[in-house]
Design a protein around this ligand. Sequence first.
Ligand SMILES: Cc1cc2nc3c(=O)[nH]c(=O)nc-3n(C[C@H](O)[C@H](O)[C@H](O)COP(=O)(O)OP(=O)(O)OC[C@H]3O[C@@H](n4cnc5c(N)ncnc54)[C@H](O)[C@@H]3O)c2cc1C
Length: 302
Amino acid sequence: MDLYQELCGILGKENVFTKEPMSRHTTFRAGGPADFFVTPEEEGQVRTVLALLKEAGVPFYVMGNGSNLLVGDRGYRGVILQICKKMNRIRIQDAVIHAQAGALLSKIAAEAQAEGLTGFEFASGIPGTLGGAVMMNAGAYGGEMKHVLTRAQVLDPTGEIREVLAEEMELGYRSSVFSRKGGVILSASVQLEPGDPSEIQKRMEELKIQRTSKQPLEYPSAGSTFKRPEGYFAGKLIQDAGLRGFQVGGAQVSEKHCGFVINKEQASATDIRSLMEQVSEKVYAQFGVRLEPEVKLIGDFS
Ligand SMILES: Cc1cc2nc3c(=O)[nH]c(=O)nc-3n(C[C@H](O)[C@H](O)[C@H](O)COP(=O)(O)OP(=O)(O)OC[C@H]3O[C@@H](n4cnc5c(N)ncnc54)[C@H](O)[C@@H]3O)c2cc1C
């Protein structure tokens, strides 16, 4: 089988890239080439491509905006499907927002504000897609996807497209049934409440100020690198372990916010991973608390 030709046949040549550097598609700005990088435009294309890849035994990975993802320096052997800019339609009906999985949370928040709908302000500064946010049950400042999601259209691991209700998603801290059992989010709906557009705008601006003042947004990163361990804060443990500013190659524990690993100066993915491992070991040695990555690591590291 000529995989390139098959993918072009389903997606169009303009949506199939070979040896695509993943540093271009992840907010860490690190990571080597994916053998194939494809950008489906329709739900049906996602289903057809995945059926083809499963049938042919080709490894694949589905990503959104790459804001919680680290790909190894030697890249990814297989096909990465990006559901982002080309599948990002948003529709509002009454107080419900229906959007394709590739819609950015910031865009959804802006449209909600313009329509006078409140409840999505918490997500306005999270740099991911709706699909990534459902998968991760993304949250911030007291809000989380769990509070607003009602349903999603999902391509399940058997290749069927079905509606899944929020109650069935087992949404927990940065996890969902999909992160445990698989499934590709194609679109989702969130239920909001009528609100005052200027109040909504004000709240989003307040949150933006909080983020810019506390987080090292001037450097590439994937946000909070580690999950919050039960009863602790990852950033505080890292700080108390004396690791503020700790550096491996070009990767650094942010001096501004110890919960963030940043790409300070042309870090390789290996620098970042090695820093994460060392931080985790040092924190465990000092406090007996195991830090688990929130960031997903895929591909071949050198
Ligand atoms: C500066 C910064 C600040 C951040 N702040 C926050 C925050 O406040 N709160 C928070 O929760 N997160 C935060 N994050 C992390 C990140 O934005 C979220 O985890 C986001 O939900 C990831 O979405 P994504 O589209 O970028 O997913 P990706 O990083 O592309 O993928 C993340 C995971 O989701 C899966 N995935 C993505 N799309 C789909 C889909 N359509 N179907 C199935 N699986 C899919 C991937 O396989 C992967 O496992 C921050 C990141 C950065 C860089």
